[in-house]
Design a protein around this ligand. Structure first.
Ligand code: ADP
Ligand code: MG
Ligand code: ZN
Length: 636
């Protein structure tokens, strides 16, 4: 469907370009006299009168206009024309001209007609050309969607082919059978599905709800992080309900021409009214539904008008007809409150990141589409991907299949999928990056540093893989830790341990090589964010305790907080964060110092093998280091 849109847009641009070229050609070739004036020199009126007195003027053309003008040539200078404006009240000029003996022409222009022809050529003709093109395009679009009458253009089917026609409003209309998506295609997300089923039921039997006097929400807002299946869910509702489905993206309201947004909204709802019962789906509604703010640069009148129109329409339509407006956004907190008040998008359906079971069922669903080689353990994949969205998981399955093809196999194996988890997390392996021997050693110590600190503390996720194969993301190596079970809460101790694990890489470099490298930048960044959150949001610092010091800007896009404190307090926050980091760093150093022998041994092993599994790591760790247990105690 993207393709279709692009094509349409591209042809539109071509038409406009052609019109422009025609306009320019007309101007330059057909009406050259309008453009190219003879070489003239503007002179002062006094120059003109002096020339008349000197009798050097050859010929004068006097234009008796509302702003009189005289054009004249001088004797012996026939190719040059001078022009000057004559003051209206100067009646002397006639006697002067007569006395000079110059040939005189008086030109009394038929004002209106000359102006008219000029106006016609420079303004009206191009406007007509543009209007003609607009009319023609419009007709084509209308034809494409089979505008009037109940018959609709049922696109050419398929999920990607939300074909349908392009309505006047630009909304894609899709017959439900062509959506090709039903609730079966949405894995996990049981609660969201439950809410949506009610909507479907309403569209199927509106009578039942009417009889009891229940009012169904006019609009439901799907909120959740990107890639969790909001768009998918809306399509599934249409597929289930068997009613027409109008789909439009918020950004389509504000593109193209100024002032069209509101008209598009009006149009969309007019069409929906004709086709009711139906579903109107506005994707990415935050583009038009952002909070309207009073002051500031009000450069966004356009968006505001569109939003106002949407609000009006949502109040206006007759709910008994069975129009349900669905919208999706990943920035619910930036929506205008007017949109979310009762009677509009009053129902909020969270579509969250999938939990362990949800991830597993999404993986299973997508794995059905590819040929796989048993034994397959998708639970393990699900476990190693906390925080992954449905789109990520679909991508992991696809990357795995691609890898199988690359390796010349007919079926994707567990190993393919495991590798693709890493690809999605860290990027492709980059074999072309050649590290110097010393660098490779540093990276090995760095990664073992993380792993050792993790293994030496009790409340940390077990290490499952350590590698020093560079990745396209820029990582020179990484240590993968996977929680055994889904975690919903993190204790203060776990958070502190995590900080120490982040610090472990740098600490190992310092301990062994007595130097610092840039390799720890990402660790530092993540650790600092965690420490800052502990202080400002989780109430885990001694200094501030349970005080919220910041607000989360956007819960679904990132967890970044802005401090809402006095400047003095902000300084103390920084200090608390710094101290927390310093302590974590000291603890990591301490652990590594106590296990220096193991650090050497494991780092050498990793250096040689480049990738080791968590099991290998643990066997080596446990094998011949009786001091290990002591290290763990000392860490606390
Ligand atoms: P959103 O609109 O929330 O950003 P999409 O609905 O566009 O996300 O999802 C993108 C893709 O991710 C879908 O086309 C689908 O392949 C996959 N996906 C996401 N969530 C799920 C899910 N719950 N079940 C199956 N596939 C999913
Ligand atoms: Mg979407
Ligand atoms: Zn690191």
């Amino acid at each position: 469907m993207e393709m279709d849109d692009n094509k349409r847009r591209r042809s539109m641009i071509i038409y406009v370009l052609i019109a422009f070229v025609i306009y320019v050609l007309l101007n330059t070739f057909l009406f050259p006299q309008m453009r190219s004036q003879t070489q003239v020199e503007q002179v002062l009126y006094s120059t003109f009168t002096t020339a008349l007195e000197d009798k050097t003027v050859n010929a004068v053309t006097y234009t008796a206009d509302s702003a009189p003008e005289a054009r004249y040539t001088l004797k012996g200078e026939s190719d040059k024309v001078y022009t000057t404006s004559v003051p209206n009240n100067d009646t002397e000029i006639w006697s002067l001209i007569r006395a000079s003996g110059a040939d005189t022409t008086v030109d009394i222009p038929n004002q209106s007609s000359s102006l008219w022809s000029y106006f016609l050529v420079t303004t009206l003709v191009p406007i007509l050309i543009f209007m003609g093109i607009g009319w023609w395009l419009n007709r084509r679009l209308k034809k494409a969607m089979g505008d009037d009458g109940p018959s609709m253009n049922f696109g050419n089917g398929g999920f990607g082919g939300m074909g349908g026609g392009l309505g006047r409003s630009g909304a894609r209309i899709v017959a439900s059978k062509d959506v090709g998506v039903t609730f079966k295609d949405v894995a996990g997300q049981e609660e969201a599905k439950e809410s949506m089923k009610e909507v479907v039921d309403f569209l199927e039997n509106p009578k039942r709800y009417e009889e009891i006097g229940a009012k169904l929400p006019r609009g439901a807002l799907l909120v959740g992080p990107p890639g969790t299946g909001k768009t998918l869910m809306a399509k599934a509702v249409a597929g289930e309900a068997g009613v027409p489905f109008f789909s439009i993206s918020g950004s389509e309201f504000v593109e193209m021409f100024v002032g069209r947004g509101a008209a598009k909204v009006r149009d969309l709802f007019k069409q929906a009214n004709e086709k009711a019962p139906c579903i109107v789906f506005i994707d990415e509604i935050d583009t038009i539904g952002k909070k309207r703010d009073g002051g500031g640069f009000s450069g966004n009148d356009e968006r505001e008008q569109t939003l106002n129109q949407l609000l009006t329409e949502m109040d206006g339509f007759d709910n008994h007809k069975g129009i349900v407006v669905l919208a999706a956004t990943n920035r619910p907190d930036s929506l205008d409150p007017a949109l979310t008040r009762p009677g509009r998008f009053d129902r909020r359906i969270p579509v969250e990141l999938p939990d362990l079971r949800g991830r597993q069922s999404i993986l299973e669903l997508h794995a059905q589409d590819v040929k796989t080689q048993p034994p397959l353990d998708l639970t393990a994949i699900a476990r190693s991907t906390p925080g992954a969205s449905g789109a990520d998981l679909a991508n992991i399955i696809n990357e795995g299949a691609l890898r199988a093809v690359r390796m010349g196999r007919a079926r994707a194996t567990q190993e393919d999928f495991e590798e693709s988890v890493e690809v999605v997390i860290a990027g492709q392996q980059r074999k072309s990056t050649v590290l110097s021997d010393h660098e490779k050693q540093v990276v090995a110590y760095h990664e073992i540093g993380h792993a050792l600190v993790a293994a030496s503390q009790t409340e940390t996720a077990p290490v499952t893989k350590i590698t020093i194969v560079p990745r396209t993301s820029g990582a020179l190596g990484y240590t993968m830790q996977v929680e055994q079970d889904e975690k919903f809460l993190t204790t203060r101790q776990e958070a502190l341990n995590k900080l120490a694990v982040y610090c472990g890489g740098r600490a190992a470099e310092e301990l062994i090589f007595n130097e610092m490298t840039t390799g720890a930048s990402n660790d530092i960044e993540q650790a600092t964010r965690l420490a800052r959150n502990m202080v400002t949001r989780f109430g885990m610092s001694d200094e501030f305790g349970m005080v919220a010091l910041g607000t989360v800007q956007n819960a679904y896009l990132n967890q970044d907080t802005t401090l809402t404190v006095a400047p003095g307090t902000a300084e103390r926050v920084d200090e608390a964060v710094r101290q927390m980091m310093a302590e974590a760093h000291a603890r990591a150093l301490q652990i590594l110092r106590e296990n220096k022998f193991k650090l050497h041994e494991l780092a050498h092993y990793l250096y040689k093998k480049e990738t080791i599994t968590g099991d290998e790591f643990m066997t080596l760790l446990k094998r011949e280091n009786p001091l290990m247990g002591k290290g763990a105690e000392a860490a606390e």
